[in-house]
Design a protein around this ligand. Sequence first.
Ligand SMILES: [Zn+2]
Ligand SMILES: [Zn+2]
Length: 416
Amino acid sequence: MDFEQLTAFRRELHRNAEPAFLEIGTATRIERELDGLPVRVLTGRAVQDLSPVVNFPSEATLDEWAARAVDSGVPEERARYFRDNGTALVVDLMGARPGPRWGLRVDMDALPMRESADAGHFPVANGFASTNGAMHACGHDAHTTIGVGLLHRLTDRDFAGSLRILFQPAEEGVRGAQTMIDAGAADDIDHMLAVHMAGDMAVGGVVGSFTGGLATRKLKIDFVGKASHAAGAPEAGRNALLAASTSALGIMGLPRFSSADTRLNVGTLVAGDGVNIVPSSAVMTCEARASDDEVVDELVDRVRAIAEGAALAQGVRVNIALMGQSATVAPDDELIDLIVKAAETHREVTEIVRTQVLAGSDDANLLIRHVQRRGGMGAYLMVGAGSPGPHHSETFDVAEESIPIAIDILESLLRG
Ligand SMILES: [Zn+2]
Ligand SMILES: [Zn+2]
C-alpha cells in the first residue's frame, strides 16, 4: 500500500469510527483489505472469549451499529457475522525462514464522543470527520492502518519466523485484550509488541517502549436488598443504599501502600427506588490502580471485603464483577535494543527516546505480560504523531506521515 492507499484506508476508518466491541464495519474493512494476501485470518470465538465481559453492548446497540456499518457500505453478510461473533481478528503471516513468532497488537476502537466541527480541524477540512457520535481521538484508526499496511509490506515473506497481528477491540476501558488472551490468541508468541501514536510527540519521534504505568482494575458492584414501606414497615426492608454508601466511605478510607503508588476512586453510585421506599438496589463502579501488579490485587481484595462486610451488616446480597483491567509494563531490554536499532536506520526518524513512563493504562500490557510469563519478550513502541490536541480531546488528530514511519520501523524489525 502506498501513502495514498494508507491514508485513504485510515480516513475511511476515521469517518466510520466505532466504539468498544462495536467495531463491526472496521473488522469488515480489515478483512476486505487482506483479501488475496498470503495470510491466515482467524475471527469469531477462535480468537475472542466474550462470555465474561461485563456491560457488553445490548442486542439493540449491536443492531444499531451493524445497521450503521451496512449503511456505510460494508457487505451485510460480513457485518452480521462480526455483530454476532465479536469483532476481533487474528492474522498470521509466515516468513520464509525459521525464526521467532512475532505478535503485534493494534487496537481498533474509537471513543464515544463528538469530533470537532471546526473548519480548521484536519479531518473536517479534508471531509473525513466522523459524524456518528464516536471519534477516533486516540489514533486507533492509524494503528489499524499500520497493522494492515505492515501485512501488505511483508507479503514477499522475506523474513525469519512469523508475524501474528492481533486486531483488538475495546482497548478504551481496558476490556478487549483479556478476551483475546482467554481465547488463547497470544499463547504461542515469542516477541509481543504493541504500537501506539504519541500525539504530543512531533512526527519523526520514536519511543522504544513504554515502561511502568499503573495496573488497574475496574469493578462494578451490585447490591441487592429488599424494598419495603419506609414508614409502614421499615424493618422489613434490606437497605442496599446504606450498604453501598458505607462501602464507598470504606473504599476511600483504605490505607495507602508504602511499597507502591496507589489510587482508588468510587466513580459512580446509583441507588434507590423512591423517597418513601427502603432502597432495594444500588450499583457502584470503582477503580483501583497501583504501580505494582500484586498491590492492585491486594487493593481489590480489600475493596471486596469492605463491600461484603457492608452488605452483611445490612442483610443485602452483593455481586462484584471485574469490568476491565490492565497491568504495568516491564519491557525487555533486548527487544528495546532491536526497536531502537530498527528506528535508527530510517532517515525520517529524527528523535529516539529509549523508554518513557506510561502515564495511563493500556491493556496491551496484559498481552505483553502473558507472553513474558510464558518465556517470551515484550515491548510497547510509540511513534510521534504531532497532534494539535491531546489524546481523547475533540481536536486530536494524527499527522498521517507518522503511519508509514511506524510501518517502516516494524518492517525493519521483522526483516532483522
Ligand atoms: Zn485512548
Ligand atoms: Zn489508545
